[in-house]
Write a protein that binds this ligand. Sequence first.
Ligand code: KIV
Ligand code: ZN
Length: 385
Amino acid sequence: MKTIKIFDTTLRDGEQSPGCSMNLSEKIEVAKQLELLKVDVIEAGFAVSSPGDFKSVETIAKAIKDCSVASLSRSVKKDIDASYEALRQAAAPRIHVFLATSPLHMQYKLKMTEEQVLEHIRESVAYARSLVPDVEFSAEDASRSDYAFLARAVQTAVDAGAGTINLPDTVGYVLPQEMQAMIEYVRQHVDGIENVDISVHCHNDLGMAVANSLASVGAGATQVECTVNGIGERAGNASLEEIVMAIHTRRALMDADTNINTKQLYRTSRLLSKIIGVSIPPNKAVVGANAFAHESGIHQHGVLAKRETYEIMTPESIGLTTNKMVLGKHSGRHAFDDFLKELGYQLMPEELDAAFAQFKELCDKKKEVTEYDVEALVAQKAAKV
Ligand code: KIV
Ligand code: ZN
């Protein structure tokens, strides 16, 4: 079974999303939690971008012992020097160099020819490699690049010493089969590619980031870049908890798993949400408040009889203590009775029928029926046992 590396970029790409910025002590708290979660790489920031970012990369590099710590750099000496300085005290420093390879970016943003781009890749990767043993090269906008040129760019980075080649879907544009085709092309056309990690970095503009990342793993990617709660530029990055639990839950089919301590997923998600003040949608996969909640009577009955009927993973596996039976208008008599017993009430069958009918009427009037509402309904009918 393959081990897929998890490269967390919550503190770099994630922090680039509006309203998600963090101060130094908050970033350290998140980095420590990522270390507990056992991610393989923490991208701590973009050292050259501001004195604040430099300081946070430097402080995190010093504080983290069990993960590699990366700093992003454009393909220029000044950026690579800043990353190197900030990472000096890291136990396992990684310099992450990037340059765009798509015609659009090369012509309008970089104003460089293909040959100039290749030369920059060669020089910057070799320079970074002269400073640290672990260098990642990202071909920004790889998914919209011409595959033949992309393969030349990747070959240049591999020959210059990059140990990880990242192929981002920078604008979240492609479909899973296109990610797959790109990776297969690169694997077939780059000498020595089998000796490096192929990484993917998918954005979520079309809601495809997790699916694209998983398809990439199927095609041979051995590292996935992602963020906690999927925060990131525009519609965000691929969500770490979804990727990890998808691989873990379907590990037999994927013949792969990660090093992640999945029991820390819920805590990590809540910590980030609390720090940045961005709440998690209740229906968010894996960590949303409703991810392990059952309201419909049929589902509640099924789960009470055998959890696997409606639960494909256990709440305990992500660090929750239990699933949740929510009482609402879709709940059945069976779940209502169980709920009463939990509150300490034992009703005779005809009392239960009457209370259940009243409960259903209340559900039509109120969005959420609480345990206090239920207690009020049955308090006169039954003695507490
Ligand atoms: O989305 C992207 O292409 C990036 C790179 C800098 C890795 O964030
Ligand atoms: Zn990105």
